[in-house]
Design a protein around this ligand. Sequence first.
Ligand code: H53
Length: 836
Amino acid sequence: VEASIPEPQRAAWRKFTPKPFVTSEEFEKETVKHIETTLARSLYNCDEVAAYGGTALAFRDRLILDWNKTQQSQTFADQKRIYYLSLEFLMGRALDNAMLNVGQKDSATKGLGDLGFRIEDIISQEHDAALGNGGLGRLAACFLDSMASLNYPAWGYGLRYRYGIFKQEIIDGYQVEVPDYWLDFNPWEFARHDITVDVQFYGQVNRWQDDEGKQHTTWENGETVQAVAFDVPVPGYETQTCNNLRLWGSKAASGEFDFQKFNSGEYEASVADQQRAETISAVLYPNDNLDRGKELRLKQQYFWCAASLYDIVRRFKKTKRSWKEFPNQVAIQLNDTHPTLAIPELQRILVDLEGLDWDEAWSIVQKTFGYTNHTVLPEALEKWSVPLMQHLLPRHLQIIYDINLNFLQYVERNFPKDRDMLGRVSIIEESTPKMVRMAYLALIGSHKVNGVAELHSDLIKTTIFKDFVKIYGPDKFTNVTNGITPRRWLHQANPKLSALIASKLGGHEFLKDLTLLGKLEAFVDDKEFRKEFREIKYANKVRLAKHIKEHNGVTVNPAALFDVQVKRIHEYKRQQLNIFGVIHRYLQIKAMSAEERKKLAPRVSIFGGKAAPGYWMAKTVIHLINKVGDVVNNDSDVGDLLKVIFLEDYNVSKAEIITPASDISEHISTAGTEASGTSNMKFCLNGGLIIGTCDGANIEITREIGEENIFLFGNLAEDVEDLRHAHLYNHYELEPKLAKVFDEIHKGRFGDAGAFSALLNGIVEHGDYYLVSDDFASYVQTQELIDEAYKDSEAWTTKAILTVARMGFFSSDRCIDEYAESIWNIEPLVQKKEEA
Ligand code: H53
């Protein structure tokens, strides 16, 4: 339907097109208007929640003006777009980010002040958009920020979960999950009830011949669910580009509401279908790096892939180009294997619905997709049971079998001597039941596969995808080391440091080109700079100490060394190694004389992170941390020398407070298990040093900042397999200091020892898969080096400044430019500045 306004009426229209506010007065006017009308509050009835609402709506309106123009000009420019498919977008709060990106935070600060509010109080009213679990979801959010900031025509596609990641409460030291209903008031999304897609499930496949003898395949008699688009504007930093994040919500398809049942009084039954449909997008699965193979999850995946592809194809068809041009107009990036069904879905659209022949369609599919692998952990690699897929997506299963057949024939022709190869590389695993290996499907259906840090990208080529390197050659595989957006993780989270850097570099240009941080090295000996740098770190620690006091009731000394480990709780990330180290430290303090204690550097060990609700071992680790905290924090022998804090409900907005306040942060995964890690980058960018293993991006961070500025320890990835093997088949002794720690836990020093026996037995009796004992001595020794280093505050400051100065490489802008160049083949599209 042609919906544009006819030429003669456009003048009237343009006259009233709203203009973005620029002054604090204009901002106030809009905010008050929204509070009084949209929110129906008054001068006598406006709390901070309402003031947040009015402010957010004023900024939302502003973003939409840019958003409308961006979408229009991208359509008009008719060039290639990138579609980033991710089941998770861990966005956090939007208001502060919107203010900073459009460059209006000062007007808002002044304006809100005039109206009687402090901007920080208003910002903190916002509920985090927590549609993700951890690193993978946050990476997607950083990428959206970079793609908009670099003016790439880009869309994100995801699901609009009604419940994001659960809220974590700690009760008696245990994690308790509380649902996160976040949509009460969300001014950042637009429901597009005009943009819907019917998505089919179940049913049967029919093959038939038309009068001309042409074969057809149709998928019939399924159940239909409707996808409704919700659009979220994504503003770039200091640019007019405002991209779109489209999230799909599910509801019963039109006409599916059972009127017959309704009319005959069976209200409950008639509503049941509705509810079943809405369940699809109801809740985010709370597992990070863990695949559970639940039917509803598969439904989510297909629902989202089908709706997104329909939308992308619809947009392409409007250009009236021929199908072979599809890959010149469309690049689709698969964030992990979660969206892999998009591959057979596009093949189905092209072959079944558009009538292309198989090979032509397949060549389009392969050119369109790129696949990012984020893990080598076996428990995280997605597999779906063939019977389940047969039931839910019968046509897709056929297509997958056909893809596999063609692929295996190719392999057989090229590797006739390697008889076992076919079984190893088949998309179908011959187990009971048979399973579809999604990573293989994603790899076979894409033109590029990338890992997320150098070590990881090398590892996938020698482990999980080894055979595929032989089959396709090494050029199909590449590395794009992860990055983070400096807008949120420096400018927004640490405004003082951002301002100090700007004062030295002559402006905030570094937020757009992070390599400019290099120029800070010239100031490393500048006394005044060093002093201010230290004062900022201290102020950030004071802010965190205040947060700890309010939430944990524990007083911590901001002059102590803040040692932070915040991330999802997972055995491979080894929070257990950290807490055992803390216990070791505690035992040492207890054994010291008063004189010896005086020489010690006081420490605050800070933990935070969620455990998947069904991950019992991870929950045990949380419990142990809290129990150790109870004992240590109340031991008068210890005082300020050691405090142990577990911060409840770690999320993006808490990370913004925690990250700038660390002296040391811990990135201590068993070598070879953490694909990249991204919080390591955030801490370094904020002048925190790190202790870490030779894993993921730690290795490249070391290369950039220099070995003398990082505390590395532990076994190397190349030795892990042998060590594990040795544990299982040889007799081995627990590391003696660790044995002492275990003795104390066994004695009940931290409460009921039985609660922790499985955790300890995993190490003592079941092979210590994560090599905690192997790395313990080296870990403890490195922590002692840190104690010594921290006492020399001048040398420490030098390390911290050099670290910041050398982090330029880890901007997600660099990362997105690499994807654009080597995988997507797309160019930026700069929005024209509005003429006055
Ligand atoms: O993705 C991050 C990496 C991190 C890796 C993480 C991740 C998830 O959060 C979830 C699933 C998955 O396969 C990987 O664990 O190392 O930094 C972004 O690439």
